[in-house]
Design a protein around this ligand. Sequence first.
Ligand code: AP5
Length: 182
Amino acid sequence: MKNKLLFLGPPGAGKGTQATLFCKKYGLDHLSTGDLLRDEVSSGSLLGLKAAEIMNRGELVSDELVLSIVELRLLKINKGWLLDGFPRNIYQADALKKLLQKINQPLESVISLKIADDYLIKRLLARGREDDNEDVIINRLKIYREKTAPLIDLYSKEGILESIDGNADIDVVFSCIEKALG
Ligand code: AP5
């Protein structure tokens, strides 16, 4: 099973849900920049306060902050890992590539979770996280299309992208991911 992974997809596609299940089953380190940023917000730090404002608008926090968080974590990892919510634009993808070259652990596979817009809006409204209200969801989706979706083409050209239907039930999506990575 491949163990240097990235799960990509719009908000609500199920990246976090599937990444949690996968890391538990296969003993990988789950690196979610959204979770790490929410931890920073909960700590009440100045950085967290600034990040919260941006996250609650559905915008991307600065590349500099995200990269510093990811680099610290990746440099400490000595087993397989799964990136969730990072990279989110071409700049972050380039920085990740350089970082992975430095630690000699190239990305092996990217799972692209596809989901219909009406499904994802329903899912996120039902979850009700602070950034899960309709206006912010629509902005997150817009930012995803502008900044993150181009990564699909990038990783497809590298020949490491697998597309999975994220509209199905959680266990069905999980089996498809296992099959794709097996
Ligand atoms: P982040 O936390 O990464 O949020 P997101 O990408 O918007 O993704 P979500 O967590 O909403 O969705 P998901 O795909 O993980 O779905 P989930 O499994 O949770 O980022 C939040 C913010 O942080 C960003 O907007 C930005 O401001 C900042 N940020 C983070 N990373 C950054 C970066 N690299 N650079 C800059 N800024 C960054 O599922 C959603 C719901 O659906 C759950 O309730 C779940 O139970 C349910 N569900 C999941 N799968 C299914 C299924 N198959 N069937 C039915 N329900 C399902």
